[in-house]
Design a protein around this ligand. Sequence first.
Ligand code: GLY
Length: 406
Amino acid sequence: MINYQRVVKEPLKEDWQALAMHINDEVFVKALDRVIDIVGENLDTFTEKFPSAGGVDGVYQPTNNADTFVYSDWTSSFWTGMVWLAYELTGEERFKNVGLIHSKSFRERYETNDILDHHDIGFLYSLSCVAAYKVTGDEFSKETALLAAQKLAGRYREKAGIIQRGGPIDDIEHPSTGEFIIDCCMNLPLLYWASHMTGEKKYYDMAYAHIQNAANFMVRDNGATHQNFKKDIHSGEPIRGWTSQGDGDDRGCWSRGQAWAIYGMPISYTYTGDASLLEITKRVANYFLNRLQSDYCANWDFLYQSDEGQRDSSAVAIAACGLLELAKQLPLLDPDRKTYEAAAKTLIAKLIEHYMYGEDEGSNGVLKAGVYAYKTNLCVNEPVIWGDYYFMEALVRLTRSWRMYW
Ligand code: GLY
């Protein structure tokens, strides 16, 4: 059970519906056309290779599917997801061909177990093989995604009710034992999908237990989230929450982590029908929306409320997708429904206005001002591939009805 009543629901500071009234939807169509062009321009370079997690001086570097270059170990599928979106939008075979080449690459990665002993298997296989299956019905991709789901399920800690983030699962003395992170909200769809495809309820039960633990322990009473949390795997008792990529375990809040929750929790609602997930998402969303900068972008941690050099545009792109899903799932008469939809439109319109690379700026990316990890100076003020993916997904959501890959 999710205890959402303990979490403050801050009143929103902006009148989001008034802001969105002035947006002409044509801007979304134009921006999406430009993103499709970028995917097409990058297709040859990134057929056998994948873009690195973040840019170097604005340019993604070619990496392997599993690669340690700028910690690209969990990010290769975001490009594949963009390729599948481009195929759905254009029907052009060149995109489908590359998507299916990537399914083979992800199968090989599974078979060689290449940097897969972590929870991000969900990101990796939802946007590659699940997407390939949903879009084309390709059985090989489906089989590969089911194998990946089985592997992800192997990371489940029964007593704690969580998917463990990293560390070898058979070593219970490992320091990572019992740790889970907010990003994992987005890895759960692979389990729900596998449950639906196989009829095996255990996958659903694991994902549902995990999201309840994330909601109850990672969402703080003020509506902010912890990036990490640890539970005792023997007793299931909570131990503590903290941050790695944000600043200050209890003072601040890592904005991208907040965005992972804003999107991950409504997705779990679509599979479970547990309305408390929508209620808690509203509280997390309000915390996020109330701490944006004057250009409606987020800084990497909400502790920092002014410096322009600290933006993370990717957090905003992820949150916008979450707000759109939240709005879609809320009951028609829920007064917040229109507000979240308007907020998402505003965020994306502002990203288009301030943060899309121009054609003459020498980048092969879409969005400026992403950050991987500010404190360690990893890909700061660069395009990051997940930011580009979620921005494209948000544009798709804003311009047509779309069946999620998640
Ligand atoms: N999932 C890791 C990150 O958001 O940086």
